[in-house]
Design a protein around this ligand. Structure first.
Ligand SMILES: Cc1cc2nc3c(=O)[nH]c(=O)nc-3n(C[C@H](O)[C@H](O)[C@H](O)COP(=O)(O)OP(=O)(O)OC[C@H]3O[C@@H](n4cnc5c(N)ncnc54)[C@H](O)[C@@H]3O)c2cc1C
Length: 406
């Protein structure tokens, strides 16, 4: 849906060859597997999908968001935005290129806060795609929207730490090699300095995967899954702490900034795919002899609304990416908050319209729409529910007028 003549909506020349290669790879190798992969548990698709990862490496597409020195493609945020949009069309395409959540976020924080020894042990195999990881912060009995208030504790014991607590919605824990666990290390510190992040190998005694939580009728397995985890007397060495002791909240903010924009970029791909299917359906489905569905004005209105909203969302995301590259994510926090809310809502509306236009076919698994619909409802909840971002935006606006809102 891009067009020539706009600096913002066209990809920078630096990324055009990569995008051309990526589109070929998606059309030739990834899209043809979509139906098979979506119709069975992900773990059973691994023999089909692993060769694609090797091919992505050979074709110079691997880990686009990571620096070249680490085996990635060294893309800027804006360049990655265009790549992620293409990948978003297929639910598992980010995994094929090793830029999927939650691993991409963990790579980011290991790159910025890991010691050389932590990077060798945890980051290197993660970037190579030899292992997966998970991020374990949210708890069943505490509000995820207030990550300064956690129950999980890590207490000093000799030279190391002992972790106790329960987490849930730790995505992709099933089969992961390690977890980044957020735990309170100093109860008496100010709220934003209470917790730390600890690197915990999943085979450490005391780590127990209680269950893969059933979400929208699917328990999932392997990468597309969300686990409840018990940490029971989990002993890790002193050097398991990522960054400084007490810096967990600050690192979480660092992780969530790029994480949010990565999600938004992926959602643009979801929107583009849903829109493409929507228009195709309206153009080809007969409503009456020789009359396509798209001849009906109410159907046209739905197409037009999606087109407008996707266009607005896309420009907002590209602008936010541009600002992050130019001034950093802290300065771009308003733009990030705006797109997190706007794009998630746009995607929900666009998917809903596309499903509706397909009638019964829209809710089947013959098309990717139902899978998108199931997975992406959560977009308005994870990485900060809508309300958290709306409140933060309004608070900053009011602060500029001297009003301090608690
Ligand atoms: C599919 C999925 C994947 C996830 N993956 C991970 C993961 O890998 N690791 C991880 O640690 N967590 C993960 N999460 C958890 C996610 O981060 C939390 O669900 C989120 O932070 C919200 O926390 P909560 O569920 O405890 O809801 P709560 O904090 O209890 O909030 C419930 C509702 O209250 C309202 N609310 C909250 N704050 C405000 C406010 N300030 N103003 C007004 N209303 C408000 C909102 O409507 C919100 O949805 C995942 C969640 C989902 C659904």
């Amino acid at each position: 849906m891009s067009g020539a003549g706009s600096q913002l909506r066209d990809p920078p020349a630096s990324v055009v060859p990569l995008l051309d290669e990526l589109r070929r790879f998606m059309d030739e190798r990834v899209k043809p597997l979509e139906r098979a992969v979506l119709s069975q548990p992900f773990v059973e698709s691994l023999p089909l999908l692993r060769p694609l990862r090797e091919e992505a490496k050979r074709r110079g597409l691997w880990a686009p968001q990571m620096p070249k020195a680490w085996g990635g493609q060294g893309l800027s945020m804006l360049e990655h935005g265009f790549v992620s949009e293409v990948l978003g069309a297929v639910p598992f395409a980010h995994w094929v290129l090793n830029c999927q959540a939650p691993d991409a976020g963990n790579m980011e924080i290991l790159l910025h806060f890991g010691t050389p020894a932590q990077q060798e042990r945890f980051l290197r195999p993660l970037v190579e795609g030899a292992v997966r990881s998970c991020f374990s912060m949210t708890e069943p009995d505490r509000p995820g929207s207030n990550p300064t208030w956690l129950e999980t504790r890590a207490r000093r014991d000799g030279s190391g730490w002992v972790i106790d607590g329960t987490k849930w919605f730790t995505s992709s824990a099933d089969g992961a090699a390690f977890a980044v666990v957020m735990a309170v290390t100093d109860e008496d510190a100010p709220p934003h300095r209470r917790a730390s992040m600890l690197l915990v190998p999943m085979d450490t005694p005391g780590v127990r995967l209680v269950r893969n939580i059933s979400v929208m009728g699917h328990a999932g397995s392997d990468w597309p899954s969300h686990a409840e985890l018990a940490y029971e007397g989990v002993r890790v060495p002193a050097d398991a702490v990522l960054g400084e002791v007490g810096a967990g909240f600050a690192i979480a903010q660092e992780r969530l900034g790029p994480g949010r924009i990565h999600h938004c970029m992926r959602w643009l791909g979801v929107c583009a795919r849903a829109y493409e299917l929507h228009v195709e359906r309206a153009a080809t489905r007969p409503f009456a002899p020789f009359v396509p569905l798209g001849a009906l004005q109410m159907v046209q209105e739905q197409i037009a609304l999606s087109r407008i909203e996707i266009h607005a969302a896309r420009l907002m995301v590209l602008d936010a990416a541009h600002r992050i590259d130019a001034v950093g994510q802290k300065e771009a926090r308003d733009e990030i908050a705006m797109i997190k809310v706007f794009v998630a809502r746009t995607m929900q509306a666009v998917l809903d319209r596309a499903v509706q236009a397909h009638g019964a076919l829209g809710v089947t698994d013959d098309l990717p729409l139902a899978a998108f619909f199931r997975h992406e409802r959560a977009a308005r909840i994870y990485d900060g529910p809508d309300e958290v971002h709306l409140a933060a935006l309004a608070r900053r606006a009011l602060k500029a007028h001297g009003v301090k809102v608690p």
